[in-house]
Design a protein around this ligand. Structure first.
Ligand code: PLP
Length: 400
């Protein structure tokens, strides 16, 4: 397996599916017309966008394709949703989110806090599960918006969105719910209607479309003030000439993802569980950071106690294995992950926590290779830890 990349960082980004690339190429070469132009040559581009909108409508089970707008990424979808709702409704000044959101939500909330909004950040328990009681208590008649991610990017833990929506609406019918669904798209079915969602964001590069394209669902009863102002594109909700090839690619990726949901729920989950159970069985200082929490099928977050995650990643990288010690947006900083901190992961494990995230392109051979190579890497890193006494105690406990 030397020189081969074993890519287990699919929550950071995914490789483009060949079929997605093929679907995009005609719109990069021959069909380059501006979809807003009047001549016949532009019909193929404008029809391609119309078709793609229908596909994304079905992908999230929206009632109407008018409820879908295309964006450049998950971050833009979140910004458009959050700032769009609040700018439309300037009277209400209370907003709620969770402590474990992606920075594209959390940092918008921090920015809004400085602008005078009152913000409640809802906590999670030690498995990463949302405190629904705290959420219920936080909602007031002044609450304009609640943002809850569907699955966490670092742990894969799923939030019970239908229940979250019921709690919000039972206390304040007018409060809007934005769901960052970036880490569930292509992993579990999305149904905005069944789950009572007002706005929902997805990002193509997390499910085998290219980077630089996303979508936002805004239900017909929810008004926003647009973030990007200009031409009339996307019904005035997101100006700028549409990125036709990428929109086509996003739709193709959504179709392929929809078709492989069953595979995700069975085969990817089987491989994830195989990796996870082998690590926990063979490596005495490994702990599953999410306990029994309900998770997306492709992710596991494992803490290796008393050692440095960065060092583990370097050794893995030497043999072509890509994993991550936090979200891609925070790795590179030595700050422990805000998600694991919110979960109160013990300080002994927080710095040595590794996220493994699989995709439909992950093979059993790759998982077997990681299972074979990881124990000696952990042993090497463990041997230089200053916590040898504590490690001996852990070892004794594990062998019992
Ligand atoms: N939300 C979550 C949960 C994510 O994991 C990410 C990316 O890591 C984003 C939003 C941002 O998406 P994008 O990279 O498309 O801006």
């Amino acid at each position: 397996m030397n020189n081969k990349i074993i890519y287990l960082d699919n929550n950071a980004t995914t490789k483009i599916d060949e079929k997605v690339l093929e679907s995009m190429l005609p719109y990069m070469k021959e069909e380059y017309a501006n979809p807003s132009s009047m001549y016949d040559f532009s019909k193929k581009s404008s029809n391609a966008i119309k078709e793609a909108r229908g596909v994304i409508k079905d992908f999230v089970n929206a009632a109407d394709e008018k409820e879908i707008i295309f964006t450049s990424c998950g971050t833009e979808s979140a910004n458009t949703a959050i700032r769009g709702v609040l700018n439309y409704n300037k009277n209400k000044k209370h907003i709620i989110t969770t402590k474990v959101e992606h920075p594209c939500v959390l940092n918008v909330y921090k920015h809004l806090e400085k602008q005078g909004y009152k913000v409640d950040y809802i906590g999670v328990n030690s498995n990463g599960e949302l405190d629904l009681e705290q959420l219920e208590q936080a909602i007031t008649p002044d609450t304009a918006l609640v943002s809850v991610m569907w699955a966490n990017n670092e742990t894969g833990v799923l939030n019970p969105i239908e229940k979250v929506s019921q709690i919000i609406k039972s206390k304040n019918k007018e409060a809007k719910l934005f769901v960052d669904a970036v880490q569930v798209a292509g992993k579990i079915p999305i149904d905005v209607q069944a789950n009572g969602i007002d706005l929902l964001g997805i990002s193509g590069h997390k499910f085998h479309a290219p980077k630089g394209v996303g979508a936002l669902y805004i239900n017909s009863k929810t008004m926003i003030t647009p973030l990007i102002i200009g031409g009339h594109q996307e019904r005035g909700k997101r100006a700028g000439t549409e990125n036709v090839p990428y929109i086509v690619g996003l739709a193709k990726a959504a179709e392929l993802a929809q078709d492989s949901l069953e595979f995700e729920a069975t085969e990817i989950k089987r491989l994830r569980d195989k990796l996870e159970s082998n690590i926990l069985k063979t490596i005495y200082n490994a702990r599953l950071n999410t306990g029994v929490a309900n998770r997306v099928p492709n992710t596991t977050n494992i803490g290796f106690e008393y050692i440095e995650g960065e060092l583990i990643l370097l050794h893995l990288s030497d043999i072509g294995i890509c994993a991550s010690s936090g979200s891609a947006c925070t790795s590179g900083s030595l700050e422990p992950s805000h998600v694991l901190r919110a979960m109160n992961v013990p300080f002994t494990a927080i710095h040595g926590s590794i996220r493994w995230s699989l995709s439909r392109f992950t093979t059993e051979d790759e998982i077997d290779y990681v299972i074979e190579k990881l124990p000696s890497i952990i042993e090497k890193v463990t041997s230089i830890s200053p916590y040898q006494k504590e490690l001996e105690q852990l070892k004794a406990l594990h062998s019992k």
